[in-house]
Design a protein around this ligand. Structure first.
Ligand SMILES: C[S@@+](CC[C@H](N)C(=O)[O-])C[C@H]1O[C@@H](n2cnc3c(N)ncnc32)[C@H](O)[C@@H]1O
Length: 243
């Protein structure tokens, strides 16, 4: 059995994987080159993150560090990186074909303010120091609809506790989903978390995608399939206020 064929549980070690397959169509030679040669240059070193913090992984230390977990083919991270040059974005994804597409777009746009982590994002979360992230995105995470797969869902009390630790006071957390049962989980686990404040005051605030939140590939497919997406914006509460 090759690594690509291995069940996700085995690949992910001690944790139950929150992702499905890690590879799809065989990479063409140009894609292979991006994966073998460009990815190492644009990847981050976990020990460096652990020891010196996430700003240290960028060529020019950014004013803020944003984090995207499960970037798919990278439409969102590439868009944000282009519009926010003073921000460094750490983006995580394990699906090889998506990683390659993202690398191609980063190269085409000559963007150097993105660093990729291409193993289980939860390893990166463990390595990040407290209050080191200024904004986080988890957009359309796999909904894992079968009951026996619910334990694979990325949005869980444990993940929210971790994000609470990592985000600075006032930092924004953005979550998106097109899956009604998963939305209910997000509302309970994230909007109901004591360290987070849900920023919606009216239905349009979660039904209409904000202007600075570009459409992802997954969202476009959801709309095509008649599944309306929800856009949740939350703010990390101030630690002082709770003291
Ligand atoms: C349904 S897709 C959505 C992709 C993208 N955000 C979009 O909206 O088009 C979810 C993605 O999250 C990735 N993913 C899930 N768990 C992950 C983890 N623990 N670490 C890194 N990526 C993960 C999967 O590989 C998958 O590509």
């Amino acid at each position: 059995m090759t690594a690509d064929e291995a069940p996700a549980e085995i690949e992910s070690g001690r944790r139950i994987a929150s992702f499905g397959r890690r590879s799809g169509r065989k990479l063409r030679p140009g894609q292979r080159e991006l994966f073998d040669e460009t990815l190492p240059v644009r990847s981050l070193d976990l020990d460096r993150v652990r020891g010196q913090g996430p700003k240290s992984v960028f060529a020019t230390p950014p004013q803020q560090v944003w984090l995207e977990i499960g970037f798919g083919a990278g439409e969102h991270v590439v868009w944000q990186a282009g519009r926010n040059p003073s921000v460094g974005i750490i983006a995580c994804e394990v699906f090889r074909n998506g990683i390659v597409t993202c690398l191609r777009e980063l190269e085409a746009a000559a963007l150097d303010n993105v660093r990729l982590y291409t193993e289980d994002a939860r390893e990166l979360l463990d390595a990040l120091p407290d209050q080191s992230i200024d904004r986080a995105f988890i957009l359309f995470p796999d909904p894992w609809p079968k009951i026996r797969h619910h334990k694979r869902r990325l949005i869980s009390p444990e993940t929210l506790d971790t994000l609470s630790r990592l985000l600075v006071d006032g930092a924004e957390l953005r979550l998106g989903t097109d899956d009604a049962p998963y939305l209910r989980v997000m509302l309970a686990v994230a909007c109901g978390h004591p360290d987070f404040e849900w920023l919606a005051t009216r239905p349009a605030d979660w039904r209409v995608r904000p202007d600075d939140w570009p459409q992802t590939r997954y969202e476009a497919k959801a709309i095509e399939a008649g599944r309306p997406p929800a856009f949740l914006r939350l703010r990390r509460r101030s630690r002082q206020a709770g003291a």
